[in-house]
Design a protein around this ligand. Structure first.
Ligand SMILES: *[C@@H]1O[C@H](CO)[C@@H](O)[C@H](O)[C@H]1NC(C)=O
Ligand SMILES: *[C@@H]1O[C@H](CO)[C@@H](O)[C@H](O)[C@H]1NC(C)=O
Ligand SMILES: *[C@@H]1O[C@H](CO)[C@@H](O)[C@H](O)[C@H]1NC(C)=O
Ligand SMILES: *[C@@H]1O[C@H](CO)[C@@H](O)[C@H](O)[C@H]1NC(C)=O
Ligand SMILES: *[C@@H]1O[C@H](CO)[C@@H](O)[C@H](O)[C@H]1NC(C)=O
Ligand SMILES: *[C@@H]1O[C@H](CO)[C@@H](O)[C@H](O)[C@H]1NC(C)=O
Length: 484
């Protein structure tokens, strides 16, 4: 029943809110910045506006208005009591709408609005001692109505506070049609009820707008400060600073860093490194979503801390690589001591990968320790350990609302860490390490990266024709939007 209730029932808030936006004064300099910013271009603002109007109408209809009663003195008949009841606005159409931002707030205007109303009429009067009465249906079309609202939206303790500054609804023209009734009735109803019906429509819609804004505001106040990404991680979606309005775009900043669900804190240094946002060049698309590299860095810290970056490799495309026989030149003593034994590799990242936004993709540096285990008569015997530093590039891809990636090897170094039985031939080890990276490590990592990371603030929307640009430690997804 609420004006915005249906709309808010699905968590589309960020994007659409961007529209409702506006600080009390236009400012470009913000005090704190988010690691994730959502920037609506004027195309995006338009999309959000149209969606908002559609949702508002569908949640408002049918709208019941209070009965209207009138007593009218009519020559020859005397005092006639007329009542309109069961007055219902059954449909509303908006011919045109506009949204403007200014010093006073954001102004949303819908004009050329038409509305269809149905109602019942009845009248009665006393003729001598008999009461004469009649009743029937009527339909009214409000042919030209203008609806406008002005709001502000400000950040307060990490939430957004929406307040309605002003709203108005003006009925300019209507036509009334009665079914049945005496011929004198028509003009009387028009004369007596045109004004009251107009006011009733204006009041009902204004009231709905006020109720809707209050509901939307309380919904905003109760938005979670973090949104779950999966069973391990969540994103901090605390709003930082007032939405930033510029000429033709609206920017909303959220903290955007990942955090563990068990609330193990992310090291503070991920909270540094933000540069001024360069309210950027997505003008051709509806929305620009800017992600700072620390969004990715905190994500990998969370998964690293949760133990997701350790694994045992005991199967290979070419299983002979996991037999000591294959290693007899690389690691002769091993072969001597354990001829023809199966092996496995205990692979662990020694620290979270370091991710940097590069010119055309993401650069990732990965620090790995690989412990070589021999499986000898049900015993797992660690025999040696090497360290790898892998330089890789990751090409991000948008899959629906997920950000996926594809990792490629750029270069790597292998170094000796320890061995329990004699030396490894490092020079010969390198091709083996390469084979392991190529045939096992990268495919494994890519099988996860290609599943994608959900962008938790995009619920309810799908990205369409997304492009990715890279600037100043940030990646910008420029995209159109469609409702999911
Ligand atoms: C009131 O109007 C609705 C449709 O506008 C109609 O379905 C309903 O029957 C009406 N109720 C009465 C009591 O006439
Ligand atoms: C939101 O802002 C209005 C006006 O600035 C203020 O009166 C109101 O108390 C604020 N609401 C909250 C929940 O802080
Ligand atoms: C704002 O808009 C006006 C006219 O639309 C334009 O002339 C001006 O350059 C714009 N300013 C900025 C900062 O984009
Ligand atoms: C979430 O982000 C806000 C704003 O940057 C910050 O104040 C808060 O400490 C963060 N919460 C956690 C749990 O890191
Ligand atoms: C598997 O690896 C071994 C040792 O590197 C090699 O000799 C053999 O040809 C490989 N087999 C296949 C099917 O690639
Ligand atoms: C793998 O190696 C790590 C040390 O890097 C060790 O803590 C862990 O127990 C090993 N896991 C297995 C299954 O051998």
């Amino acid at each position: 029943m609420g004006f915005f209730l249906n709309f808010m029932a699905h968590p589309t808030f960020f994007l659409v809110l961007s529209l409702l936006l506006i600080p009390a004064s236009t400012h470009l300099q913000s005090k704190e910045q988010g690691y994730v910013s959502v920037l609506l271009s004027d195309k995006g603002i338009d999309f959000a506006k149209n969606m908002l109007i559609k949702k508002a109408i569908s949640s408002m209809i049918p709208l019941h208005l209070p009965d209207i009663k009138k007593s009218v003195k009519i020559p020859l008949l005397g005092q006639v009591h007329m009542v309109l009841s069961n007055i219902t606005i059954s449909s509303v159409r908006v011919a045109s709408s506009s949204v403007e931002t200014g010093e006073m707030g954001i102004v949303l205007v819908a004009s050329g609005v038409t509305a269809d109303l149905t109602m019942n009429w009845r009248y009665s009067y006393k003729s001598w001692i008999v009461v004469i009465s009649d009743s029937g249906d009527a339909s009214v079309q409000v042919k030209d109505m203008e609806v406008g609202l002005t709001f502000t939206l400000e950040e307060q303790d990490g939430s957004l506070n929406l307040s309605l500054l002003d709203s108005g609804c003006y009925v300019k023209d209507m036509s009334i049609k009665l079914d049945g009734g005496a011929s004198w009735l028509y003009q009387r109803v028009v004369d007596a009820f045109e004004g009251p019906i107009g006011s009733a429509v204006e009041n009902a819609i204004s009231k709905k707008i006020k109720e809707g804004i209050l509901k939307l505001d309380s919904r905003l106040q109760s938005l979670p400060k973090q949104v779950s990404v999966d069973h391990v991680s969540a994103m901090n979606v605390t709003f930082v600073d007032d939405p930033v309005l510029s000429n033709s775009s609206v920017e909303i900043d959220i903290n955007g860093l990942f955090m563990a669900k068990d609330n193990i804190l992310i090291p503070n240094y991920y909270y540094e490194g933000l540069q001024a946002s360069d309210s950027s060049n997505c003008a051709a698309k509806m929305v620009g979503i800017s992600l700072h590299e620390n969004v990715f860095n905190t994500a990998v810290v969370v998964y690293f801390n949760a133990g997701y970056m350790h694994w045992i490799v005991d199967r290979f495309p070419n299983q002979s690589l996991l037999n000591t026989a294959t290693w007899r030149f690389v690691y002769p003593q091993l072969y001597k001591k354990y001829p023809n034994d199966d092996m496995n590799l205990n692979v662990s990242l020694t620290s979270p990968p370091v991710i940097r936004i590069a010119e055309n993709n993401l650069d990732g540096t990965i620090y790995l320790d690989v412990i070589v285990n021999v499986l000898d008569a049900d015993e797992v015997i660690p025999v040696a350990c090497v360290s790898l530093v892998i330089r890789s590039s990751c090409s991000p891809q948008i899959l629906m609302n997920k950000l996926a990636g594809f990792l490629k090897l750029k270069s790597f170094t292998v170094s000796y860490k320890w061995s329990n039985i004699g030396d490894l031939h490092m020079r010969l080890l390198r091709p083996v390490a390469f084979a392991i990276l190529k045939t096992v490590f990268l495919p494994y990592v890519n099988s996860h990266l290609l599943k994608g990371l959900p962008l938790p603030f995009l619920h309810g929307f799908t990205l369409k024709n997304a492009e990715i640009h890279y600037t100043n430690s940030k990646m910008m997804i420029c995209s159109n939007l469609a409702l999911t």
